[in-house]
Design a protein around this ligand. Structure first.
Ligand code: BEZ
Length: 236
């Protein structure tokens, strides 16, 4: 797998010499807009090459501390419960943890028994937590043996569109993952921005000065300038 490491540079492009201890730990951390690197991983659904598997879909790539633990189990079930919504929104999930395939399969069987839900997305095993380290999923001060709950939302061209980080004992809001992907798709398709607390169907923001005829063609409605810099329109 190739990963881009960065060399720290100053304002005049001079190389910054970091203390040796820091030099060993500072490396590329995925940021919004970065091309997410390709990698291969063994999963509960077989070996997977990330780009081949993911390209053309929106992807939720997420770490969780371990299989057969309480909070993780509820997160997996919450994703499985929205199976139809993910399909409709062209979203794929890939989980990553240090747990073995066998441990993950045992956890999936528990979820089936307890919630009646099938885990229908691949869950990767990351032996030695190498990928977790490379993707900034290890926060040693929180837990030096397990990844935190880190989520990357990645667009169909494999660029990072959003990053969430949750600590070990706080489960993610899975509805929020769906809400954000809906907003990201709307932004990609129409250029609209979404206001605070936006939910599908709410008004959206036109963040530029495009002509009104363009707005009507795109949204089927006239926009409304609430402030000289705040223009809204009913969602399409
Ligand atoms: C969990 O509930 O998911 C969990 C508990 C202990 C350690 C790591 C994860």
């Amino acid at each position: 797998m190739s990963i881009q490491f960065f060399t720290p540079r100053g304002p005049r492009n001079e190389m910054i010499k970091l203390p040796t201890a820091l030099r060993r730990t500072v490396r590329w951390l995925p940021q919004i807009g970065d091309l997410f690197p390709d990698f291969t991983v063994e999963t509960t659904e077989g070996n997977l090459s990330f780009w081949d598997w993911a390209e053309g879909s929106w992807v939720h790539l997420f770490s969780h501390p371990a299989a057969n633990t309480p909070v993780c189990t509820t997160e997996m079930a919450a994703i499985a419960a929205l199976s139809q919504e993910w399909r409709a929104a062209n979203v794929r999930h890939l989980a990553l943890s240090g747990s073995s395939i066998c441990e993950q399969q045992a956890c999936h069987a528990d979820i089936k028994r307890l919630f009646g839900l099938e885990i229908d997305f691949p869950c990767g095993q990351d032996p030695g937590l190498l990928l977790s380290r490379l993707f900034g999923m290890m926060h040693e001060k929180e837990d030096d043996a397990h990844p935190i709950r880190k989520s990357f939302l990645i667009d169909p061209a494999m660029h990072v569109a959003m990053i969430f980080e949750y600590p070990t004992f706080i489960g993610r809001n899975i509805e929020e993952v769906l809400r954000v992907i809906t907003a990201l798709r709307l932004r990609a398709e129409t250029g609209a921005a979404t206001p605070a607390d936006w939910q599908g169907g709410d008004m959206v923001i036109i963040p530029d000065d495009r002509h009104e005829s363009h707005v009507i063609r795109q949204f089927g409605n006239k926009s409304n300038w609430l402030l000289p810099y705040l223009r809204v329109v009913d969602a399409p």
